[in-house]
Structures are given as C-alpha cells and as structure tokens.
Design a protein around this ligand. Sequence first.
Ligand SMILES: [Zn+2]
Length: 320
Amino acid sequence: MFFQKYFPRSFCREYVEVKGDSSQFSMFMATVLGIKPLMDDWIPVAKVDEFKKVCRKYRLKVREDIIFLGIPKDKVSSSVLGKEYITTTSAFGVPLDSGIDGKVHLFISKDRSLLKKGMWYPVIIKGRMIIQPRIDSLKYGYALGYPECCIKFYRKYNNWLKFSHLYEIYRNTQNKPSFLCNPFLKDTSFSYIYHMPCGYDCFQTIKLAGRLRYEIEKRESGYVRLTDKYLKMPFLVFYERKFYAFEGVMRGRFIKYNKVYFPSPDKAQDIYGKVLAEGDSLELQGMMLNIYRKNKKIKSISIPFNNNFAPEYPFLIQFF
Ligand SMILES: [Zn+2]
C-alpha cells in the first residue's frame, strides 16, 4: 500500500532488508547519524542475529528486552487484569529463552550506557497487564532525544480521558504548520519525527527534524522527496487513531481531493474512508462533515463527540 514501504538505495538498506518492512526507517537512520540517542524496535526472533550484525556494521549497540506476541485488542480475554491500559501495542510478553516465536523488543544506541534507559512497553505477562512506572515513562522522552517543550506538553495533554492531544497541539500552534512537525505519518515509513510536538510549528522540533532531513538528503534523497510530499498533504483529524490524508488542497474549511488515505495503524477506526472515497471535496463545519461530489452534497455526517474516552475535536490541517 501507499505509505507502507520504502526501499533505500544503499544507506541503511540492510535495516529494511532484515526487517522486511521500513517502519521506523528514519528513526534508525537518526540513530546511526547520532541525531537520536536511543530507539527501540521489534524484530522477529529468527532475524535477531542478522539484525545485530546490521547494527554492528553501523556501530550501534543492541540490548534485547523480551519477546512480544502480538494479539488483536478485542481478542484479549476479559480476565486479564488491567486490560483497559492496553495501548496501540497489544501483546503477551514471554522471556527471551522461552523458545517461542514472536517479535523481540530491543533497544538500539551508539552509547552502551544509554541502553539501560530503555523502557518496556505495557505487556501482558501471566494474565496481568504490566505497566512501566509513571516516572520511567516521563523520563523516557529525554532518553529518546525528544525536545523538552514537547515532553512537558505531552505530560499535560496526553490524557485520553480528557483531551484530544492532537487538537491541543493545534490550539497551541501560532504560525504556519511546518511539515517537519507533522506527526501523522509516524507509524508509516515516512516521517522525520516519532514524538508528539508541542505545536505544529514547534521551533525545537523543526530544528531536530530539519537536521535529520538535511543529513538523510545527502545519503538517500529519494526518501526525502517522498516524505516531504506525503507530509505536505492535507489531513482531516478526529483523534490519535482516526485521521485521513488526501491528495488534494485545503482551502479554509474545505479540502478538494482526488484520493483519500487512512494512514493510522488502527484500521478498525476507518469508518469514513468509504464515503470519503465517493466524494471529491469535503467541508468541516464544527462537528459537521459534509462530503461533495461535483459540487453536489452526497453525505452529511454529524460527528459524535465521544466523551467517555478519546474525545474527538475534528480539524483540518495542511503543513508547509
Ligand atoms: Zn516542542
């Protein structure tokens, strides 16, 4: 699918070859280039030795954590304690020496001492959700090299019961949104950041992502060309798991388009994709979404606010 895979010409090509996909490709390049101090990743058990070889080639150190066995969220038994805390990554955890086939969670850094700062993800072990201590998750952003302003903002607004984090970022944006601060494609292969910025114009994020983009362009210009293009598309955003990207242009409360994509990894949230694909322009007015084809309205959707979990404050945005 569009967005999903990128084959590098040479720089860090082995990373994509061993993994079999290019998710987090730019984060790996950022770690190799010394721009990102630490990253984590998931590698199939059978590929770990080969993956370590690739890391050695690029002078990176690796620490293995545990094996993750992914499971769809709705398949998790209700007897699991703490089930409600499951994040996007829903998995059982088993020890490295268990001999079970899954994906090994591992940490990668140039600096061996930083590997100890790697934090585990919420995972189900023996019928119980094991969650990292809150203080660890607060400190983790620093180890990953995220800007301090964004870490502080994240601490305040990453509360899914109360806020739409993406909308709060939007409200905190004073200038034209910069494509270097676009977080919407971070789970595809095409993004310069993996954190939530404090504004779509965050100066520190522009500096960090700009440096990465500059270094990648010298080595893998094809990647930069595609990533720039995708990040500059108009987006219709509902909340962190539900948002659409368009081939088209945004004008005020309208987007004119000829193609629509759902880049969020949570495909179950794609409830408007079909009707959007039938149209060629949309209008967002408060909580009303109107879809048109050849200037004729084909659908009006009143967006439910959803005030129990992950409130939706829809907005349109295009990055420059
Ligand atoms: Zn910031």
